[in-house]
Design a binder for this molecule. Structure first.
Ligand SMILES: [Fe+2]
Ligand SMILES: [Fe+2]
Length: 372
């Protein structure tokens, strides 16, 4: 019956019925007609505050990288499709989620290899961790990318990936909303009739047309519900952070943080997932806050510590960690001479659109959590 371990549930306004024999037999009778009494479950299904099902996890790249490389030796891209070591949140294994309703994995491709073209209802994004000469083809647009670049393949778009013959073995983090799409019973998967797409446009047309800051073509006709800019380069991103830091103190909880955005309207890059790059200045220690939405970080540069619900997670470049919904979190750059940069992606567009986004600052101890 209802879980009353929280003392707050023992009050008028919550379900406080004490079950007796008469009620227990009433519940049994209801059950035979596929019905139940709401007060037996109300306190469980209506928590006092957002309740995460995931736990914070740190995936150290040095632990995982050898297995990612091994995947490229054990299975072929033809047979495996994508050689991905996916990240499991110990509390979300039944939905293959890294955090909340987000999937993430680390993919490897060697020079000359390609994956077959496919599409799915889930949206996808990639943050490149190593390599050169990699590319993706999204609905016929070929887009090349290198280390620390960020690339999107929005929902429903045909996409395949590869590394040019003269490129270097490439490793990237994939982020998808597969668990969300499956939870909403809306996912599908389709294989392209040609195995690989034939690019239909000038290579890199997406960044060439839409990648100049503050400019889009006059009379632009792009009307799709996601960003026409599908690659966000590291050099421009880092320069953007540096410039922003010259003119602003940024955010008390995230330092100098900028969101990858749709150049048409400044909105989210895709309908269900957003992504950001943030810079923690030398020795910067942000204040703690919490909010709804799940966030998965990839350390793009430097090293530091994040404190998540009182627990320290020490990270360095290419490590990945997650902050589940409604968990207190703050970040520290461990270097007093160099900046640290965190790439992150999240499900904020969903929280926003559904009216579920909540946020609050940590009020005690000058905004810093006590480390447990
Ligand atoms: Fe895909
Ligand atoms: Fe946050």
């Amino acid at each position: 019956m209802s879980n009353r371990t929280d003392g707050r549930d023992n009050q008028i306004g919550r379900a406080i019925v004490t079950d007796d024999d008469q009620l227990k037999s009433y519940y049994k009778e209801l059950n035979q007609f596929n019905t139940g009494a709401l007060w037996t479950v109300a306190n469980d299904i209506e928590p006092w505050e957002p309740t995460a099902h995931s736990i914070p996890v740190l995936w150290k790249f040095e632990d995982i990288r050898p297995y990612v490389v091994k995947a490229s030796e054990l299975v072929s891209p033809e047979k495996a499709g994508r050689r991905v070591v996916y990240l499991k949140n110990p509390k979300r294994t039944e939905v293959s989620a890294a955090c909340g309703w987000l999937f993430s994995g680390i993919q490897i491709m060697k020079p000359g290899e390609k994956t077959s073209a496919h599409k799915h209802a889930a949206s996808a994004l990639r943050f490149i961790m190593e390599g050169a000469g990699a590319y993706t083809v999204v609905d016929g647009h070929k887009i090349e990318f290198g280390a620390r670049d960020f690339v999107i393949t929005p929902n429903g778009t045909w996409h395949d990936h590869g590394v040019n013959d003269e490129g270097k073995t490439s490793i990237w983090q994939d982020g998808l909303d597969i668990p969300l799409t499956n939870a909403l019973e809306a996912n599908y998967y389709a294989v392209h009739k040609d195995i690989f797409q034939t690019p239909k446009y000038t290579t890199n047309d997406s960044p060439l047309i839409y990648g100049s800051p503050g400019l889009i073509p006059a009379n632009d006709k792009w009307a799709k519900p996601y960003s026409p800019l599908m690659r966000f380069g590291w050099d421009e991103t880092y320069e953007g952070l540096q410039n922003y830091a010259k003119a602003s103190d940024g955010c008390p909880f995230d330092g100098i943080i900028m969101r990858y955005s749709n150049p048409k309207d400044g909105g989210y890059i895709m309908q269900t997932m957003s992504a950001s790059m943030q810079m923690l200045r030398p020795a910067e220690h942000t204040k703690a806050h919490r909010h709804t939405g799940n966030v998965i970080y990839n350390v793009a540069k430097g090293s530091g510590t994040s404190i998540i619900n009182g627990k320290e997670f020490h990270w360095k470049e290419k490590d990945i960690f997650c902050v589940p919904s409604w968990h207190w979190h703050e970040h520290k750059n461990s270097s007093s001479s160099d900046d640290a940069c965190l790439f992150s992606f999240n499900d904020f567009p969903v929280m926003d659109k559904l009216g579920f986004y909540l946020e609050e600052p940590y009020q005690q101890n000058n905004g810093h959590q006590q480390v447990i």
